[in-house]
Design a protein around this ligand. Structure first.
Ligand SMILES: Nc1ncnc2c1ncn2[C@@H]1O[C@H](COP(=O)(O)OP(=O)(O)OP(=O)(O)O)[C@@H](O)[C@H]1O
Length: 304
């Protein structure tokens, strides 16, 4: 059984269909991403599984619990980071953690958590004086203070600069390594690519695809391109004879070979057999960006 199971979820606001039909299962220990453009229905989906909204249709189980019925138990076992944590301005970081810790029977140690998130130095600082990245890490700390088995992180790095965003990614990987299952909502491509074991691509309230980042790319194309400058002149026929090769092009002194499968290995072995050295060798592969466009017909931000 998955740690989170969502089946045929639907939710509308008046006439507006926010979630039309969303199903996915999150396994214990993974970082599962929900990736989609603004307005795709990501937040509505996670708010339903947090028990904050009542779905119009479908079923949801989180840790085997029904979010609408077992709200109190779910609150103890699910860590939730809100889109914008609003804490009183004067509250100090350490006090905020102590306060939230008091809501749980067996909370994490606030000092250890601050240390892990690199916040020890601002323990006595008022929340309003923190940088965007520090505020974000406080909101992650608050999501983890109850030692949850599952944490839902929504738009984790929105508004952060690239360095703060990368630092936050390291933090998230550390949390996963401690065994916390993470449901990560994002509209940044780079974030999903870097962090997620599997991704549900959501568009207009529906799941367009669920797969590993590599699997999503492979669904769309397994074409790759190898570029290099040969150490001596070679004919195209050397490469066109390889089953992996689709096209050979020339670009100045460079050879550009497009193909599939074990293309890089095939090209480099034929070069080695013919004593040609490949200078300035580059390999390019379609990425999640291309896969996302092919699946949804839209582009979204990369995020770094
Ligand atoms: N309370 C509400 N009342 C009416 N419409 C809403 C409400 N909340 C969301 N919507 C609409 O439902 C759709 C889905 O919104 P939702 O916030 O779930 O998307 P999202 O993928 O999380 O987007 P974002 O990345 O912008 O947060 C959007 O068209 C949004 O305008």
């Amino acid at each position: 059984m998955g740690i989170i199971e969502v089946a045929h979820l639907s939710k509308r606001y008046g006439e507006k269909v926010a979630v039309a039909d969303v199903s996915f299962t999150v396994e214990r220990g993974e970082i599962f991403g929900i990736l989609g453009p603004n307005g795709a229905g990501k937040t509505t989906t996670v708010e339903c599984l947090e028990g904050l909204r009542r779905p119009d249709g479908g079923t949801i189980r989180v840790l085997g619990l029904d979010p609408r019925r077992d709200t109190a138990e779910l609150r103890r076992r699910l860590g939730v980071q809100l889109q914008e944590t609003q804490l009183p301005d004067r509250l100090r970081v350490g006090e905020a953690l102590e306060l939230y810790a008091s809501f749980y029977d067996a909370p994490a140690d606030p000092g250890e958590l601050l240390d892990e998130l690199g916040l020890t130095g601002v323990r006595g600082t008022a929340y309003r004086k923190l940088s965007g990245g520090q505020k974000q890490r406080v909101s992650i700390a608050l999501a983890l203070i109850g030692r949850p088995e599952v944490a839902v992180l929504d738009e984790l790095t929105t508004g952060l600069d690239p360095q703060a965003r990368r630092d936050t990614w390291d933090v998230i990987e550390g949390i996963r390594d401690r065994g916390v299952t993470i449901l990560l909502v994002t509209h940044f491509m780079a974030e999903a690519e870097r962090l997620c074991d599997r991704i549900a691509v959501i568009d207009a309230g529906r799941v367009a695809a669920i797969d590993t980042p590599g699997g999503l790319v492979a669904r769309v194309t397994d074409e790759q391109t190898v570029r290099f400058r040969p150490s001596r002149p070679v004919g195209d026929d050397l490469f066109t004879a390889l089953p992996e090769v689709r096209r050979v092009q020339r670009n100045g002194g460079r050879i550009v070979i497009t193909g599939t499968g074990e293309l890089v290995q095939a090209v480099t072995s034929v070069l080695a057999r013919n004593q040609v050295v490949a200078g300035e060798l580059r390999v390019e592969q379609a990425g999640l960006d291309e896969a996302f466009v092919a699946l949804t017909g839209r582009t979204i931000e990369r995020g770094v």
